[in-house]
Design a protein around this ligand. Structure first.
Ligand SMILES: Cc1cc2nc3c(=O)[nH]c(=O)nc-3n(C[C@H](O)[C@H](O)[C@H](O)COP(=O)(O)O)c2cc1C
Length: 329
């Protein structure tokens, strides 16, 4: 069992988005959230550029590595590498519906192969000493039988998986793009709640369409945690508000939180990382605020220029603050 306090709030794995710079930013906003990497295929973990794909900063903990794949031996090897590199959890993707992933016979189509997932999970558990978890959907295509979902979970749980992140909608493997697959199939949180009720020994995290603080909080009455994807990325201050609401502490301003990242940003610049690779994750910090558009604009227009450094972030903050001051006057 994972510590309940460490699974109440998590940020979803998101390809191209939740890289190490994004996770360090989210950590500054939400000290108690559980963070997830983008999905990395087991083969890439074993043969790829680990320094880039599995980059991990010490402040990120607790952080899970999400793996893609369906070959137990490869997944086991990748899980061992991930744990040795310091990831706190290894998560298996059973929810991605993209064509590329289907062609590789992993992601959401694994929901049709509970035996293979169980075998993979058992192999991963045997190969590493951190928890192995699964992120899944409710089902695939037009199969809407709760019993099939529960049978999948039971089989995988028997193999040793104690935590399921449930993206609470089906994946439609034909006819919908991955983006549509995050929007069109209807959400059914009650299936995740029922799973928790009927299998209280399992830890169940609810994911999908959680857009605000109140909504996220409701899930805690029925499950062990809430995982936020797009809302956390586009409105990252929501993570801070949730962290303070659930764990206590003083609400800090957006500017103060951002400035706390200055040593990180400057150390990365020193190492040759471009500013734009960090600021692209920060654009939504003033989402919905006066000056939020100006903040975004200053960063997007300036961050790709040669030599862009911390002073650009200060400029973006100044411009944003001047909007707020104008309002107050
Ligand atoms: C840009 C993007 C990339 C994603 N990549 C992954 C991924 O690598 N692995 C995964 O399990 N889910 C992935 N997802 C799905 C999210 O983890 C999450 O399940 C989904 O967005 C629903 O949660 P939300 O409504 O809070 O965004 C991705 C979603 C987005 C928007």
């Amino acid at each position: 069992m994972l510590n309940i306090k460490e699974i109440m709030l998590s940020v979803a794995p998101m390809m191209d988005w939740t890289d190490t710079h994004c996770r360090v930013f989210h950590r500054a906003l939400a000290p108690h959230a559980r963070l997830y990497t983008e999905m990395v295929h087991a083969n890439a973990v074993i043969h790829g550029d680990r320094a880039r794909l599995l980059a991990l900063d010490p402040v990120e903990h607790p952080v899970a590595l999400q793996l893609g794949g369906s070959e137990p031996a490869l997944l086991a090897q990748a899980a061992r590498i991930g744990a040795e590199l310091g990831f706190d959890e290894i998560n298996l993707n059973c929810g991605c519906p993209s064509d590329r992933v289907q062609a590789g016979r992993f992601g959401a189509c694994l929901m049709r192969e509970p035996g293979l997932v169980a075998e993979s999970v058992a192999a991963m558990i045997g190969a590493c000493d951190v928890p192995v978890t699964v992120k899944c959907r409710l089902g695939v295509d037009d199969d809407h039988r709760y019993e099939v979902f529960q049978a999948f979970v039971d089989r995988v749980a028997e193999a040793g998986c104690g935590l399921f992140v449930v993206h609470a909608r089906n994946a439609w493997l034909k006819g919908l793009s991955p983006k549509e697959n995050r929007e069109v199939p209807p959400l059914r949180y009650d299936w995740a709640y029922r799973l928790k009720r009927e299998r209280p020994q399992l830890q169940v995290i609810v994911n999908g369409g959680i857009a605000g603080q109140d909504e996220a909080t409701v899930h805690l009455d029925h499950a062990d945690g809430a995982m936020l994807g797009r809302a956390a990325y586009h409105d990252p201050y929501l993570l801070h508000r949730l962290d303070v609401a659930w764990w206590g502490g003083e609400l800090r301003s957006r500017a103060e939180l951002l400035r706390s990242l200055r040593p990180y940003v400057e150390a990365q610049l020193e190492r040759g990382v471009f500013l734009k690779h960090m600021t692209r994750h920060m654009l939504g910090l003033f989402h919905g605020e006066r000056g939020g558009r100006a903040f975004r604009q200053v960063l997007s227009e300036g961050a790709h220029k040669p030599g862009a450094d911390w002073s650009l972030i200060e400029r973006a903050l100044d411009v944003t603050e001047s909007f707020a001051a104008r309002d107050a006057a």
